[in-house]
Design a binder for this molecule. Sequence first.
Ligand SMILES: [Fe+2]
Ligand SMILES: [Fe+2]
Length: 278
Amino acid sequence: MQSLRFLFLGDVIGKPGRELAQKWIPKLKKEHKIDGVILNGENSSNRGKGITPGIVKAFKECGVNVVTSGNHIFYKKDIYSTLNERDDIIRPANYPSDCPGKGFTIFELNGSKVAIINVQGLIFMQQHLDNPIKTVESLLTFLKSKAKIIFIDFHAEATSEKKLLATFFDGQVSGVFGTHTHVQTADERILPGGTAFISDLGSCGAVNSVIGDKYDIILRQFMTQMPAKFEVETTGPMEIRGVIVEVDTKSGKAIKIERISVTDDEIQYQLQDEGNKK
Ligand SMILES: [Fe+2]
Ligand SMILES: [Fe+2]
């Protein structure tokens, strides 16, 4: 049986997240014999909102095959043309078709075609998007004939919605991985039809933070309800969270899913002086 091994990393947050990706992706690739890497880059700019063309390039250089995203993808305008031009960065497919970019991509990996779909949830998020299940259903009508291995990054808030979509597509795709909450869940498993699933991959960023941002600013905003500019936390230990999934290339079914949860106590020292300069 021939198989491919994939590393999926949850939302990469700001400069700490980028440094983590640069340090850990080559390491994890080697250690776990990874063939393909997909990460969610919607928070990877210095402010933690959006992504720039330079960051996409840096991710590619450290071994990333596809960058997925979510509700923060359109924060930085200079990414719009990149979203239109490149096939290795995608945005949720259920946004209006007038938005820049596309919601899926196909790439070749060791002789197999791999499709990645990005879609966003509706519960506790923007309501005026197309139904995510309907969107994936229509994408699958043509993607199924183009790629045996298909993954979905479901960028959503509610675990119930993520479980619902994953169960609906069980057996039709190789994996469904939740992003957006930045908190890794412990429910990774292979569903009865052969689809690997986890409610949320978690994030790559600061451990001592509120989902990647500085605690005191968020607390002040919460207590006063005054507007505040959130800042990425750049000190303290850092975490890198995601899953490794192995897929049978012939059937497209998942064979194995394993959580990756590394805490890095060293990388903070390189970051302390950098802060949120840009
Ligand atoms: Fe995020
Ligand atoms: Fe998000």
